[in-house]
Write a protein that binds this ligand. Sequence first.
Ligand SMILES: *[C@@H]1O[C@H](CO)[C@@H](O)[C@H](O)[C@H]1NC(C)=O
Ligand SMILES: *[C@@H]1O[C@H](CO)[C@@H](O)[C@H](O)[C@H]1NC(C)=O
Length: 348
Amino acid sequence: MELLRVHLLVLLLLTEVALARAEPQTMGESVGAAFAAFVDAYQYAKCKISMCCEKPWLTSNFTGLRTALNERLYGQHLAMHTVVQAVKAHFDKESPQKALVLSFHGWTGGGKNYVASIIAQHLYARGMDSAFVHLFIGGLHFPHSDDVASYKRQLRSWIIGNVTACERSLFIFDEVDLMDEGVLDAIKPFINHYPQVNGVDFRKSTFIFLSNRGGDDITQRTLDYFRAGKPRDKITLREMEEIITTAAYNEEGGLRYSQLISGHLIDHFVPFLPLERQHVMLCIRDYLKLMNHEPTEDRIKTIADSLQYFPKSTQIYSAAGCKRIAQKADLIMQAEMDQQDDIFRNEL
Ligand SMILES: *[C@@H]1O[C@H](CO)[C@@H](O)[C@H](O)[C@H]1NC(C)=O
Ligand SMILES: *[C@@H]1O[C@H](CO)[C@@H](O)[C@H](O)[C@H]1NC(C)=O
């Protein structure tokens, strides 16, 4: 109600501005010009107040995106380079050839969700809460293989509805490996090279798939580099792409996914490597700072020690990457505070 009143007020005001601005030419022209100016101004004012599919709600903050990934994503040189370039190229194009499709691969905790949300944060004013950003979680939204037909129908109508409302929509599909493969079929027409589907142009939208697919092979290759004494940032995108696509063909249930690959519908494969203890320590430091705790070496070490590492013999990689750090850190900080309370009580 309040919003409506504001709209009406703005409307009245703008009519006056628009009328005053219109050049006094012939009557017809001036009314036309006034009307056009009015529509522009109204649109502008309306988008200041409520969410619109344009600036300032679409932020296109690519510099910020690069900085954020540089400063907050650890140990993922391939993701870092690919993501910024791909996203910027797509958003800079007035009429892209097809929707942008990124496929993130790797075991949990490597930063797949994190990167997806950092992308959302820098392209949409409300980030993951934007009306133009849609998150679907395989195991949550599409759990039963009996209901595939209805999932497909629903998903299709959602995607069409959302892209009709905003061509620059972002769709994130998490846990793609838990989605029945038929659901992927529903997405296929939207990420193909068609100019239009059902009269809607999907080529400005972005789709991000997140999965563990290929995770074992990505880890193995990273470990090979480590054992050969080669730095991990020498791993190339090309070799990882090959590993991921091969894994998709060979892994159970990879058929539909491999159709996306062979149809060249996926634009970029983005590998997320397993994280070493040194990377995890950086995540811990960030978390402590975020929680307003001093990130002392002792604290960071205690928290890092409470996590699990693999392979058994060498303990190089964190089993859950930077995930679960929050829980571990909270526990340890709580224990520290309890201890201080005890000391305090004993002194009394
Ligand atoms: C762009 O992103 C950076 C890094 O997150 C942020 O500090 C900055 O305020 C953003 N700029 C705009 C205009 O939103
Ligand atoms: C957009 O997608 C959401 C799911 O993220 C759905 O709830 C909503 O109904 C869709 N909007 C339209 C207009 O289809």
